[in-house]
Design a protein. Structure first.
Length: 483
């Protein structure tokens, strides 16, 4: 039962260097420098003084527009989305902006506003802005310009949020090719795209590619920004999420704690970025069976997300899904069902019924119903989950195989043995060749298949599956002892 980690977005600020001068333009430049170094409180002070200074001298042109846009970018990073949106909309109304370049580039402001809409869950508005910016930049600069690559990254992030993983992968890989050619392999923009690709590769089960990408991203950011910059923490959470997928729980826990330590010093307590890290660590505690710790962190994350993002944001649904999983493990089926149903309702409203995130909630609901022996309800939700995950992730998807295994157990419970065998065989074929092995799921699938064979009077075959399950159980215990 996976959760989604938050993906990295870097808002674009007008290029500048720090200055000790006091003109609005110089303060804007000094604010940019402070922002780049993670000194957000100082950056806010500079940007506010740049705005007030420009207004005091009657400068209602590009200098004011750039300062408004930069402050909006800072507020975006801090999770002050309503304030950021108001500033971006105000900046867009300022005359004198340029198209495609310059200190006050209107396409940059529109791109930032698109990123903001994405974080607010306004996907259709985000996509319209991103496509408009992409068309403008491709027309002015050509298809291989770094500014085009930045917009490709933004669209890739949007498609990731919508569960359109293959489209997102193509966009991010195209962006990476442009950035590495134009900037070199160690540029911060390259690190952002590598981080995005790592998240996509993880969802698609490409763990080797994901690990290579996230390791490069961490190295680039630490070299460019220092080990304690909040942007480094964002990439550390991506690496931790990958370790969770590979069963490296101890390593993942250390990375999450390191990220939270950095964020605790650099970000405000109610930052949605920090809430994402709390959620991810809580979800890890769930997997480790530390349910009390998991419940505390997830409750804290839910409080922040509902306050900052609103009660019907997709990330609120993500936390509700994880809380539902904890309640299920605690045997609190009524609370689990309530939490999961609310998560599903929010996902279906915001990202659509065919999104993989909604499919995973249906899978979780199916498990809750199965364990209450409500097999007809379990079947409905699990069948929907398998169809959606297969459509979005491909027929060889491990996630779809896991749901198919659970559906097979439901078919066995209902006496639908032909359907059960098809589901179990399909799941087993995928899970046995997946790397790394998900031993608990393999063992569960083999035992389900063995039970099916017993019920259909094929006891000799059943014993073979039971033996294979015992072999995998031994490997699981061996791995656990190593950790």
């Amino acid at each position: 039962m996976k959760h989604l980690a938050a993906i990295v977005l870097l808002s674009v600020l007008s290029a500048a260097t720090a200055s000790t001068q006091t003109s609005p333009s110089d303060r804007n430049k000094a604010g940019y420098q402070a922002y780049q170094e993670g000194r957000y409180s100082e950056a806010e002070d500079y940007f506010l003084k740049a705005i007030s200074g420009a207004e005091a001298i009657g400068d209602h042109g590009p200098t004011l527009g750039a300062a408004l846009s930069n402050l909006a970018a800072l507020y975006f990073r801090e999770g002050k989305y309503a304030d950021a949106e108001a500033l971006d909309l105000r900046a867009l109304a300022i005359p004198g902006g340029t198209i495609g370049s310059g200190d006050f580039d209107i396409t940059t402001v529109r791109s930032n506003l698109g990123a903001l809409y994405l974080e607010e869950g306004k996907y259709s508005q985000a996509e319209a802005l991103d496509n408009d910016v992409l068309a403008t930049r491709e027309k002015i600069f050509g298809p291989d310009d770094p500014r085009v690559a930045g917009t490709l990254c933004d669209l890739g992030v949007l498609y990731y949020a919508q569960g359109r993983y293959f489209e997102a992968e193509a966009l991010e890989e195209r962006a990476l090719s442009i950035q590495e050619r134009e900037f070199g392999r160690d540029h911060p923009a390259v690190a952002t795209t590598l981080n995005n690709l790592a998240l996509l590769y993880r969802e698609l089960g490409k763990y080797a590619e994901a690990e290579s990408s996230v390791q490069r991203a961490v190295e680039i950011r630490q070299s460019a920004l220092g080990a304690n910059h909040p942007d480094v923490a964002r990439v550390l959470t991506t690496w931790a999420g990958l370790d969770v997928s590979e069963g490296k729980y101890s390593a993942a826990e250390g990375l999450f704690e390191q990220a939270l330590s950095i964020q605790g010093k650099a970000l405000r307590p109610e930052s949605p970025v920090r809430a994402a890290s709390l959620n991810d660590l809580g979800a890890l505690y769930y997997l480790e069976g530390k349910y009390t710790k998991a419940l505390q962190l997830l409750t804290d994350a839910l409080t922040i997300r509902e306050k900052v993002l609103g009660p019907e944001h997709p990330e609120v649904a993500s936390t509700l899904n994880d809380l539902g999983n904890v309640y299920y493990r605690q045997g609190k089926y009524a609370q689990a069902e309530e939490s999961l149903k609310e998560a599903l309702r929010i996902y279906e409203k915001t990202v659509g019924t065919e999104n993989p995130r909604a499919a995973r909630v249906r899978e979780n609901l199916g498990v809750v119903y199965y364990n209450q022996q409500k097999f007809d309800d379990a079947q409905v939700f699990l069948e929907q989950s398998v169809v959606t995950l297969t459509a979005n992730l491909g027929p060889e998807s491990v996630d779809a195989a896991l749901a198919s295994s659970k559906l097979g157990a439901t078919y066995v419970a209902r006496g639908f043995y032909s359907q059960a065998e098809s589901s179990c065989a399909h799941a087993l074929a995928i899970l046995e060749k997946a790397s790394p092995h998900d031993y608990p799921s393999l063992i569960q699938t083999l035992n389900t298949y063995a039970l099916l064979l017993v019920k259909t009077n094929r006891k000799a075959e059943a014993e073979l599956f039971e033996t294979r399950a015992m072999v995998y159980k031994a490997k699981l215990l061996e791995n656990m002892n190593k950790k």
